[in-house]
Write a protein that binds this ligand. Structure first.
Ligand code: ZN
Length: 172
């Protein structure tokens, strides 16, 4: 396994790409998932989409286990949200591609997601709480959407400018 560089703002070009479905869960997909998982643990983070390491494929890794709990990695390919609750919930979100920035985001509180698991089998999950938020955040990445797209334009422009400025000054 190896650590992969995580793409961050201001590199919006890559992060705005729409990822393509994978055809099969082969050894390449499994190796990429393993690298993504290691990269996510090291960051540390609770979710990572393949596009965040520059690979435009519809692949995610998620692990919501807290410190001290056994690791519980979830490997997701080609996810599709098949149902979302009308009830909404607010979470303060962050993103490994937008380091050290957190903002409240409102999303459906519960969703159902259809996806392929690590064995390549179709699966459906009813997600609630943090898992529902995390899945929606990561699936957004596969469509080139960032969590800052769900906040006010003023706040979004401010954070993008901050990263552009830091990049110019050579701090990123
Ligand atoms: Zn993210």
């Amino acid at each position: 396994m190896s650590l992969l560089p995580i793409i961050t703002l201001p590199d919006e070009k890559t992060l705005r790409e729409v990822s393509k479905p994978v055809a099969t869960i082969d050894s390449h997909v499994k190796a990429l998932w393993d690298d993504m998982l290691e990269t996510m643990y090291r960051a540390p983070g609770i979710g990572l989409a393949a596009i965040q390491v520059g690979v435009p494929q519809r692949l995610l890794v998620i692990d919501l286990a807290k410190d001290g709990e056994p690791k519980a990695p979830l490997f997701v390919a080609n996810p599709e949200i098949t149902w979302a609750s009308e009830q909404q919930s607010d979470y303060e979100e962050g993103c490994l591609s937008i380091p050290d920035y957190y903002e409240m985001v409102t999303r459906p509180a519960e969703i159902k997601v259809r996806y392929l698991n690590r064995q390549g089998e179709p699966n459906e999950m009813h997600a609630t709480g943090l898992m529902a938020t995390c899945l929606q955040h990561e699936i957004d990445h596969l469509n080139g959407v960032l969590f800052i797209d769900h906040i006010s334009r003023l706040k979004r422009e401010r954070v993008i400018k901050k990263f552009q400025k830091a990049h110019k000054l050579g701090k990123l």
